[in-house]
Design a protein around this ligand. Structure first.
Ligand code: SF4
Length: 391
C-alpha cells in the first residue's frame, strides 16, 4: 500500500505530516516516490492514479495558502483514473471543528469538495480508525499509534513539539481556532522523545510550539508575563534539561513572542548548545497597530529585548514575522515598521500582506481598508529595506 502526503504551511504542519507518515509506515504502508514530473497537475494526477492514500495537509493562515489547496481540489475533480482514498487534513479543517471553530464543516466540504474524509490537526491520531472504516486496512490489533516512530526526513535534525495550540488570539490569526487551546506536553515525554531521536543519530533539535515561552504555564499566569519581566519560566528549566542530554549538540526553539520573553529566558541563551538564531515575531513597528493586532508587547520592549539578547549573545542573529497593510495601518505607521527593520537588522524576515481571515477578531471588528495595490507596495518596500540592512 502506497501513500503520499502533500504538505502546505508551517513547521507545525510538517511535524503533523511526519507523525501521520510514521503511523502509516508502522501500519505497513510505504511512501509513494514521485518520478520527475513537469508540474503540479501532473504530480496530483500521478498520485491519484498510483497511491492508495492521498492526504492533503492544509494551511489557512493566508488566503493564498487556501487558494493553493483549491488548485488541488480542481485537479481532484478532473481526475477520472482516481484510485487513492483522499483525506483533507490540517488547519482548513481544524478551523471548522471543536469549540473554537470559525465556520461550519459543511462550508469546507462545499469549497473543497471531493475528499473522502476531513480531519483537523487534533484528529491525526484517528487516521488508523479511518483507514479501518474505509477498508484500506483490515485490523488494528496490537497497533498503538502513540508508539509509532515519526518519519525522519533529516537524519541530523528533528522538530520536537513541546506544546500544541495557542491561547493568544492575536486579532488577525487563525491558529487559536484551527489548532485549539494551548496544551503543554509533559517534560518526561519530551525528554524521552529527544533521547530516542539521539539514539537514531539526531544531534540538532528544534523545540516547537506556537508560543514555546509559555510552555508549562497556566492561562492566568502566562497573560501576566511581560517582555523583560522577572518571572521564572518553566520553559527555561526545560531548556536546561534538554541541554544536559548527551548527544544533543544544537538547540533551537520556535516560535517565540516578545511579550513573554522574560529575563531568565534571555539569560539561558548563553548556554553553549543554544543556537545563535532567535526567531521572535514582531508583526509591526507601530504600537497602535500592535494594539489593534492584540499583541501584548510594545516596540520599545521589542528593541530592548533585542539589545539584551545581543549583550548575552554577541553572535545573535534575529528572524521575525511582519504583516504589512493590516486594517487601518496608515503610511506613517507602516514607516515605523520600516524604521524598526533598520534598527533591529533581521537576518531572516517573513513579510506578508495582511489578508482577512473569516471569524477572526480583526475580520469581525476592523476594516480591511488598505488597498491591495498599497499592500503590494509596502511589501516590496519593506523587503527592499530588510535586504539592505540585513547583517
Ligand atoms: S501567538 Fe498570535 S500569531 Fe502566534 S499562533 Fe498564537 S494567535 Fe497566532
Amino acid at each position: 500500500m502506497k501513500y503520499f502526503i502533500k504538505t502546505f504551511g508551517c513547521y507545525a504542519n510538517e511535524v503533523d505530516s511526519d507523525v501521520m507518515a510514521g503511523i502509516l509506515n508502522s501500519l505497513g504502508f510505504s511512501e509513494l516516490k514521485l518520478p520527475k514530473l513537469r508540474n503540479e497537475t501532473e504530480e496530483v494526477k500521478h498520485i491519484l492514479e498510483n497511491a492508495d492514500l492521498f492526504i492533503v495537509n492544509t494551511c489557512s493562515v493566508r488566503q493564498k495558502s487556501e487558494d493553493k489547496v483549491y488548485g488541488v481540489v480542481r485537479m481532484l475533480k478532473r481526475n477520472e483514473g482516481k484510485k487513492a482514498l483522499t483525506i483533507l487534513a490540517g488547519c482548513m479543517v481544524g478551523s471548522a471543528k471543536g469549540d473554537r471553530k470559525r465556520y461550519k464543516l459543511s462550508s469546507v466540504k462545499e469549497k473543497a469538495k471531493g475528499f473522502d474524509f476531513y480531519i483537523g490537526p487534533n484528529d491525526i491520531y484517528s487516521l488508523p480508525s479511518i483507514l479501518l472504516d474505509s477498508g484500506l486496512i483490515e485490523t488494528l490489533e496490537g497497533f498503538d499509534s502513540s508508539s509509532a516512530q515519526r518519519r525522519q526526513v533529516d537524519k541530523n535534525h528533528a522538530y520536537i513539539n513541546v506544546s500544541y495550540g495557542c491561547d493568544n488570539f492575536c486579532s488577525y490569526c487563525v491558529v487559536s481556532y484551527s489548532r485549539g487551546k494551548e496544551v503543554t506536553r509533559s517534560e518526561k515525554e519530551i525528554l524521552e522523545e529527544i533521547k530516542c531521536l539521539v539514539n537514531l543519530g539526531v544531534s540538532e533539535i528544534t523545540l516547537c510550539g506556537q508560543n514555546v515561552n509559555s510552555w508549562g504555564l497556566d492561562r492566568a499566569t502566562k497573560f501576566k508575563l511581560r517582555s523583560g519581566g522577572n518571572q521564572k519560566l518553566p520553559f527555561v528549566s526545560l531548556l536546561k534539561k534538554v541541554h544536559k542530554v548527551k548527544g544533543v549538540k544544537k538547540i533551537d526553539f520556535m516560535s517565540s513572542n516578545p511579550f513573554d520573553f522574560t529575563k531568565d529566558l534571555v539569560e539561558v541563551l548563553k548556554l553553549p548548545k543554544v543556537s545563535n538564531y532567535f526567531h521572535i515575531a514582531v508583526q509591526s513597528g507601530n504600537n497602535a497597530v500592535l494594539k489593534a493586532m492584540r499583541r501584548r508587547h510594545t516596540i520599545e520592549e521589542f528593541l530592548s529585548l533585542v539589545e539584551e539578547i545581543r549583550k548575552v549573545r554577541p553572535d545573535a542573529e534575529f528572524g521575525t514575522d511582519a504583516i504589512v497593510g493590516f486594517s487601518g495601518e496608515t503610511e506613517e505607521q507602516f514607516m515605523d515598521t520600516v524604521e524598526l527593520f533598520k534598527k533591529a537588522r533581521f537576518s531572516v524576515a517573513f513579510i506578508s500582506m495582511y489578508s482577512e481571515r473569516e471569524g477572526t477578531y480583526a475580520q469581525k471588528n476592523l476594516k480591511d481598508n488598505v488597498s491591495l495595490e498599497e499592500k503590494k507596495w509596502r511589501h516590496g518596500y519593506l523587503t527592499k529595506v530588510w535586504k539592505k540592512y540585513k547583517p
